[in-house]
Design a protein around this ligand. Structure first.
Ligand code: FES
Length: 119
């Protein structure tokens, strides 16, 4: 399966539990918003769409973590998600998690990985 990768940001742009980096992902229906964060030393990326309704999670751009810096929070109604999986932990997401994207970190660069099945 043919895959591509695209540079999102520098690895140093993502502090553990700190501000995320927003970016767009091209889909057949058009661009959709996404974000990358660092948690437990690893980088994770998700579509920026809440499981409750597809609103973007960050009211203040790039602020995805709650005050504890342990969970991702939707700024609209407060749904909590696991940073390492995007799973809904509590709130109005009601079991519907975030859509994960594949990323790779190499030599201080964060790459988004895509293939033909990422539609
Ligand atoms: S839109 Fe995210 S919890 Fe309601």
């Amino acid at each position: 399966m043919a895959g591509t990768e695209r540079l999102i940001c520098a690895g140093t742009d993502l502090a553990d539990g700190g501000r995320g980096v927003r970016f767009s992902v091209e889909r057949p229906a058009g661009a959709v918003e996404a974000f990358a964060i660092r948690h437990g030393g690893r980088v994770y990326a998700y579509l920026n769409a809440c499981g409750h309704i597809p609103a973007q999670l960050d009211w203040v751009p790039g602020e995805f973590f709650d005050d504890s810096k342990l969970y991702l929070i939707c700024s609209v109604h407060g749904a909590l998600y696991a940073p390492e999986s995007g799973a809904c932990l509590s709130g109005r997401c009601a079991g519907k998690g975030l859509k994960a994207l594949r990323v790779r970190e190499s030599e201080n660069n964060i790459f988004l990985l895509t293939d033909d099945s990422d539609g």
